[in-house]
Design a protein around this ligand. Sequence first.
Ligand code: SF4
Length: 318
Amino acid sequence: MDESKQRRGEPFGERLARHGLALTRERTTALQVNVGLACDLSCGHCHLEAGPARGEMMSRAVMAEVIGCARRFRFDSIDLTGGAPELVPDLPYLVRGLAPETRRLIVRTNLVSLEGERGEELLQLYRELKVVLVASLPAGNQAQTEAQRGAGVWQKSIRALQRLNELGYGLPGSPLELDLVSNPSGAFLPAPQLQAQEKFQRDLARKHGVSFHNLYTFANVPLGRFRRFLERSGNLDDYLEKLTAGFNPCAVAGLMCRSQLSVDWCGRLYDCDFHLAQGLFLGGAARFIADLDELPAPGTPIAAADHCYACTVGSGFT
Ligand code: SF4
């Protein structure tokens, strides 16, 4: 049997050990905050299965605990994600509370949720506080984007990007940073990042007059809705094989979980948002951000799971 077939199904921890590597923490410099699973879209790749029917949302009380944690530990960056953060009623309270506590406050957006009066209020707040925006846009064309996100999403996304450019986001040399994140619309791996960025920049500028700063391309993580798609379409084994065959030991040093804490809408702590989706708590048991009196020490082990292969394929997920 060839080597790649023998290694299919090799647990991630064993793969690391074979390369003389271990998944352990370094200094914790970033906090990722998942404010809830409510979303106005139901994207096919979503590892959290967020959507309109999900009611999980961070309360103001938990937000106050997150702000307290940010004051105690002064993270270099804080990254708000969801679901669609815009749907959480007290998001402005959280953004105002966190902005003075970090050099880099990031909010992720699906763009569609920036529509309407509420979206405009949030945009003004983001601009005032120089929040970094990371917008997900699966592809640089309507067909692939709507295959993953639903009909009508493309025009709304383009309108939101044009509005962001009007406000100064994403323009060359602007301090208002606008980055895009794309991911494949099926059971395949993403194109190399630089090549994809050049194509997105060319297409969006030429056809829609839109500019942005950086594009990040990531492999879909075989969890949640995407895993069910893989199972339904008979692609699960092939996709897992692609991830394991593409394992890049050089990507391990830069994995985000090594320097980041992740917290959910209830205040529970994890190593990353993918472990959050799987209920794999930081340190193996539920702990709450309000009780965090010190950050995990460098060298602390991180639970290795087989979905970690999605972070180490190609240039990695950092
Ligand atoms: S899923 Fe990725 S980010 Fe999370 S622990 Fe595994 S390697 Fe780290």
